[in-house]
Design a protein around this ligand. Structure first.
Ligand code: RP5
Length: 174
């Protein structure tokens, strides 16, 4: 992460045990040079810290909050209730059906309090970081250019994979 610059994204998680499972979100921000901070706070264990963090986030200059939690995962929703910033929720995998508890706790918000929820495991945490970059890019031409180049690379990779597969299939027919 670029040093000595104010964070634009707040990555928060319910426990330090979540970090290894969600740090791909931070890596995505690193790829695009987006500044961020990482904090542990719990909707249930430190509710006052969460309230203060969410309430002050916009005034501190944060533009997007990424909130990860597992189980009865109320962190993202509680943060969304205290801020007008966009909140992206990352459901953390658990032992209950792979984390269905986390997913439903985050995605099933009541009307009027949106949380943009990414997928459970797999590319979910990375997508949270990328979605934060896309939100920030609305007011940042540099990020728009980087995202456009990123999309081109994605499609190039698939075209290459297709060409390789065609070659392999031709070889198998011989
Ligand atoms: C949630 O409880 C956390 O987000 C974490 O996924 C889960 C377990 O937390 P620890 O018991 O590891 O602190 O609040």
């Amino acid at each position: 992460m670029p040093e000595n610059t104010a964070p634009l994204v707040g990555i928060v998680m319910g426990s330090d045990s979540d970090w290894p499972k969600i740090k791909a979100a931070a890596s995505a921000l690193d790829e695009f040079g987006v500044t961020y901070e990482v904090r542990v706070m719990s909707a249930h264990r430190t509710p006052e810290v969460v309230r203060q963090y969410a309430t002050m986030a916009a005034a501190r200059g944060l533009k997007v909050i990424v909130a990860a939690a597992g189980g009865a995962a109320h962190l993202a929703g509680v943060i969304a209730s205290h801020t007008i910033l966009p909140v992206i929720g990352i459901p953390v995998p658990t032992e209950l059906s792979g984390g269905l508890d986390s997913l439903l706790s985050i995605v099933q918000m009541p009307g009027d309090v949106p949380v943009a929820t990414v997928g459970l495991g797999g590319g979910g945490p990375r997508n949270a970081g990328l979605l934060a970059v896309q939100i920030l890019s609305l007011g940042n031409i540099g990020l728009q250019e980087k995202l456009t180049a990123f999309k081109h690379k994605l499609s190039e990779k698939v075209v290459e994979k297709d060409a390789k597969l065609q070659e392999t299939l031709r070889g198998e027919k011989k």
